[in-house]
Design a binder for this molecule. Structure first.
Ligand code: SAM
Length: 268
């Protein structure tokens, strides 16, 4: 039964990917100057920044770690892990953003220069490190529910001399409403935990209260499940949302005023 469910999910994800690929276009088919510039300046930016090797060295070290952590799962569960005992190296392999996507977040932050950044789902802190290093003047609030995972993330920040990231420990359902009042404007948010429809929409609506027309929200795994696809479709429909970009792994949301609402599916 478990195997059948897994196969179903896999084939649903494969068909979602095929459908994405059919719709995805390159910059030559994009008529929005804003999106064209984003593709050229961010998506096609192949610079390797000096922070990249430093963060990737920590990833390599974590991949060699033999330690096992006891994990409290407060989210949608895992496709891979079946117990609450998880090897650090497996968390890196299966939960952390791959370098390509973590580095895309770095490039987005580097390009748009947000002052306040929020990440829901710290895990071992690798993507937080990219967000924090992309703009040292920004304050990064990163949220993690599992205390043992959070401790490893704090070591990641220490090893990389990161001073602008604050780890908020606890369930998002409590920590997010407690933390948001401290934030005047939420310039950039990365949603990478608890991939279920209802909580995703709740986090989106809570964060929206602090967004302005320059804010950018990035949702991970928008095609992870039917629930996440439904959440993504609702987010796209929200009246405050004026422009979205689907690159399959991420859904990127903009709130720019005075533009016609548009949804792009882009090759990445
Ligand atoms: C996919 S991982 C985050 C990966 C991380 N952004 C990275 O790229 O390295 C999701 C994390 O969110 C945490 N999480 C999931 N649901 C949560 C919740 N409701 N409250 C707090 N933490 C949660 C999990 O413990 C897990 O470490």
């Amino acid at each position: 039964m478990v195997q059948i469910i897994r196969k179903d999910r896999l084939s649903s994800r494969v068909s979602k990917y095929i459908s994405y690929k059919k719709k995805a276009v390159s910059k030559h088919k994009v008529h929005s100057p804003f999106v064209f510039d984003l593709i050229v300046d961010v998506f096609e930016n192949e610079n390797s920044y000096y922070s990249f090797p430093a963060v990737e060295l920590i990833r390599k070290k974590l991949l060699l770690t033999k330690r096992t952590l006891t994990v409290e799962d407060m989210g949608a569960g895992s496709r891979v892990f079946k117990s609450n005992q998880r090897k650090i190296k497996d968390i890196v392999k299966y939960s952390a953003q791959k370098p390509k996507y973590a580095q895309l977040l770095f490039k987005l932050v580097n390009y748009y220069q947000p002052n306040t950044i929020l990440e829901l789902g710290t895990s071992l802190g690798l993507t937080t490190a990219y967000l924090a290093k992309a703009r040292k003047k920004a304050k990064v609030y990163t949220f993690e529910g599992s205390p043992e995972i959070g401790e490893v993330a704090k070591n990641t920040f220490k090893s990389l001399l990161i001073k602008n990231a604050e780890l908020v420990q606890g369930n998002f359902s409590e920590t997010l409403p407690e933390t948001l009042p401290k934030i005047a404007v939420l310039d950039f948010a990365f949603f990478d935990g608890n991939h279920q429809k209802k909580p995703t929409l709740e986090y989106f609506n809570q964060c929206l209260e602090k967004a302005n027309e320059q804010s950018i929200f990035v949702f991970d795994d928008i095609h992870w499940s039917d629930e996440m696809t439904e959440a993504w479709e609702e987010i796209k429909k929200h009246p405050e949302v004026t422009l979205t970009i689907d690159i399959f792994q991420f859904g990127i949301v903009f709130f720019r005023k005075g533009v016609e609402k548009q949804h792009f599916v882009l090759n990445y």
